[in-house]
Design a protein around this ligand. Structure first.
Ligand code: UDP
Ligand code: MG
Length: 323
């Protein structure tokens, strides 16, 4: 078989309820595409019927391939795993829950044909999501833009099309803390946004728990910004300035003691506040340092990014386990 033009990569975790519909809509989309297609589904350690469904899809349709990971490694790692196995010229990354509408893919492909190497879908609205999630996402993306050294476009998820050249760079990045949207922006090349309206989930519950989302947000900031480290310096400078001011005030009141101000800066309360304040500043700074050091520790251990338990429709020698 010829090398496919399009590779679809879809990580999924317990998506048995949406898989049949996802497959139905995708095959419909494939009919509209010119050129060969492959569909790489990454089972991120699901414990529902997802893997069974993948096996049966693969036995019926040669375009379907799957990678089943040894356990739940998280969406970003599952996606990285999928990217290792693609053979297409344009790689399309989507979620399994149909929140990334297949019809938008046609617009992504149009831009790729115009010569863009990264075409990312940008959410202009998220009508179906709770106001809390929308609010947090809005705030987070803007904060990240302020802090990050790379220009990571706001309101973009992993839904995108990447040229094989970009994917080749991504798959050769050894880092463990993978915030793919950030890495994708870091790569550069010619990039463009395609706006779309993000619908709700087709079925099932959100697999990105609040904890996972928070972890992703933290990873993205720590992975793409050194501002938190500088925060220690700023806090230190602020405390030093504050202490200097207090010293000057005390001295002033000592020398020009007036009856009302004499006892203002004395006593237990003041000392307690000062101790707690400095203690807090130090703990915050240590915590920030700890987050970075913890990540260095993760990197130097050099464990593989993921383990593979089962491959379907993919030759064993294709795709390499990152070393
Ligand atoms: N997902 C995954 N591993 C996880 C969590 C989620 O592969 O540990 C997949 C999930 O099946 C879906 C995509 O990541 O295809 C996005 O997850 P979800 O829809 O739950 O989160 P959202 O991005 O909509 O908040
Ligand atoms: Mg979703």
């Amino acid at each position: 078989m010829d090398r496919p033009t399009y590779s679809f990569v879809i990580p999924l975790y317990n998506e048995a309820e949406t898989l049949p519909e996802l497959y139905r809509q995708l095959t419909h989309l494939f009919e509209a595409l010119e050129g060969e297609v492959e569909l790489i589904l990454v089972d991120d350690g699901s414990h529902d019927r997802s893997l069974e469904i993948l096996r049966s899809l693969q036995s019926r349709d040669a375009r379907v391939r799957y990678v089943s990971l040894g356990r739940n490694f998280g969406h970003q790692i599952a996606l990285s795993a999928g990217l290792q196995f693609v053979t297409g010229k344009a790689i399309i990354v989507m979620d399994a829950d149909l929140q990334d509408p297949p019809e938008v893919v046609l617009k992504l492909i149009e831009k790729w044909q115009e010569g863009y190497e990264v075409v990312y879908a940008q959410r202009i609205s998220r009508s179906q999501e709770s106001w809390l999630k929308r609010g947090l996402a809005f705030g987070f993306y803007r904060l990240l833009q302020q802090l990050s050294d790379v220009n990571i476009p706001a309101d973009t998820g992993d839904f995108c099309l990447m040229d094989e050249a970009v994917v080749a760079v991504l798959t050769h990045m050894p880092e463990r803390n993978r915030y793919i949207r950030g890495l994708r922006a870091w790569v550069g090349f010619r990039q463009i946004a395609v706006p779309f309206d993000r619908p709700g989930r087709y079925a099932g519950s959100v697999k990105y728990t609040f904890r996972k989302s928070f972890g992703l947000a933290l990873n993205s900031i720590l992975g793409f910004s050194k501002v938190p480290l500088r925060l220690s310096t700023y806090l230190g400078l602020f405390s030093a300035g504050f202490a200097g001011l207090m010293m000057a005030l005390t001295l002033y009141w000592r020398i020009f003691q007036t009856s009302t101000s004499a006892h203002r800066l004395e006593g237990f309360t003041l000392i307690t506040i000062a101790i707690f304040f400095l203690g807090a500043v130090q703990l915050i700074c240590m915590g920030i340092l700890g987050e970075y050091i913890g990540r260095i520790y993760e990197e130097v251990k050099g464990r593989p990014l993921y383990t593979v338990r089962e491959l379907g429709g993919i030759p064993k020698d294709r795709g390499s386990l990152p070393s």
